[in-house]
Design a protein around this ligand. Structure first.
Ligand code: ZN
Length: 152
């Protein structure tokens, strides 16, 4: 019997699937595509504006009630720079970040573009609190890739 312990297994996943958006997600992506606006949902109890929009508040467990257009400027809350290229994702290096847009109370995840992500330059080029601006694609499909962030 082989006593060598196994530490890795090579596997391969390549799947295509339809992600159900629901009523709230459908409205968010439709308005993003057609009007180029970023909308959050307001909780009637805590009055936080949730972005990405949710149909209920995860703090109060009540339905959100109002659509709120948020600002196009924001603050980096967390980020990571990716140095490994993965199939279906951009050529590395690239950066993904949680950005708290002005007027929203929760952060939304997307790419930060237009920055030199060479490892030695990341500390000077990005940090928690960096101000960024939302940039809309001219050709929008109703996807998260319809917008990204750039340093303000
Ligand atoms: Zn709430």
């Amino acid at each position: 019997m082989n006593q060598e312990s196994l530490t890795t297994l090579q596997e391969h996943w390549d799947i295509t699937y339809n992600h159900v958006l629901g009523e709230t997600g459908s409205h968010f992506y439709t308005v993003l595509r057609d009007e180029g606006k970023i909308l959050g949902r307001r909780c009637p109890v805590c009055e936080r504006v949730l972005l990405p929009p949710r149909s209920f508040c995860d703090r109060d467990f009540v339905d959100t009630t109002d659509w709120v257009e948020v600002g196009t400027m924001g603050r980096v809350e967390a980020f990571t720079v990716v140095f490994q290229t993965f199939r279906g994702l951009p050529e590395a290096p690239y950066c993904i970040a949680y950005v708290l847009l002005d007027g929203a109370d929760t952060a939304i995840l997307n790419y930060i573009k237009g920055v030199d992500w060479a490892p030695e330059n990341v500390p000077q080029n990005m940090s928690i609190g960096t101000r960024v601006e939302l940039v809309l694609s001219e050709e929008r499909e109703g996807k998260m890739t319809d917008f990204w962030f750039e340093k303000a």
